[in-house]
Design a protein around this ligand. Structure first.
Ligand code: SF4
Ligand code: SF4
Length: 205
């Protein structure tokens, strides 16, 4: 079952999702590697474009399990990984003059999918019957000017395919982060941001 025919959207390029102070653009390790490859960045340059946002209050295991992109252990504590923002809320990669993304081709999945999010609906009897549900994100409903009754119904196949890809990436990312966090707890690795970036640089994709 899919509610996709209820979803009406067409981006009007208002730039709000790239400039909203309270919107953090989460990045999976696959996003980070795609940006690294696209811009040919060094390890230090990758660290420079990322924000490692420490939680005010440490989330519980239950809360972490519910997170689409789980936080990583760092030298300063558990951190949410996302693109760096300027103090006015703008994404590091937002070109203010031209009002567009300067890394459009390599942008994170979060940006590709906004204002939508996806859920995998598992068919317990027959896994080939699994399906993807698409919905608006809370932030999307709050401020995205591309959502509206007058907008066209979204193209089902395109979004379902994107949803499948995003869910695959998120799953891979969760596996990697769980492994990282467990290794930190067991004292097997030093939980520094630079070590994390080095670890993902050394991965075979
Ligand atoms: S990466 Fe590009 S699309 Fe994503 S928030 Fe930044 S400027 Fe916007
Ligand atoms: S907030 Fe919505 S309409 Fe505005 S740029 Fe982002 S996706 Fe497009």
């Amino acid at each position: 079952m899919n509610n996709i025919s209820d979803l009406k959207f067409e981006c009007v390029h208002c730039g709000k999702c790239c400039t909203d102070l309270n919107t953090l653009v989460n990045t999976t390790y696959l996003d980070i590697l795609r940006i690294r490859d696209g811009l040919n960045l060094t390890q230090d340059e990758v660290i420079e474009i990322l924000g490692f946002y420490i939680f005010d209050k440490k989330p519980t295991t239950k809360e972490i399990d519910r997170m689409v992109v789980p936080p990583i252990e760092t030298e300063r504590g558990l951190a949410f990984t996302g693109l760096k923002k300027k103090s006015n809320g703008q994404c590091y990669f937002y070109n203010t003059k031209e009002k567009r993304c300067s890394i459009y081709k390599f942008r994170p999945n979060f940006c590709r999918t906004f204002p939508f999010t996806f859920k995998l609906l598992i068919n317990k009897v027959n896994s080939t019957e699994n399906s993807i549900k698409v919905f608006y994100t809370e932030k999307g409903l709050q401020y995205c000017q591309g959502i509206g009754e007058e907008k066209p119904i979204i193209e089902k196949e395109t979004w379902i395919q994107l949803g499948q890809k995003v869910i695959q990436d998120l799953t891979k990312n969760t596996v990697l982060i769980k492994k990282w966090n467990e290794s930190v707890k067991e004292g097997l690795i030093i939980p520094s941001v630079s070590n994390f970036i080095l670890t993902i640089f050394n991965l075979e994709r």
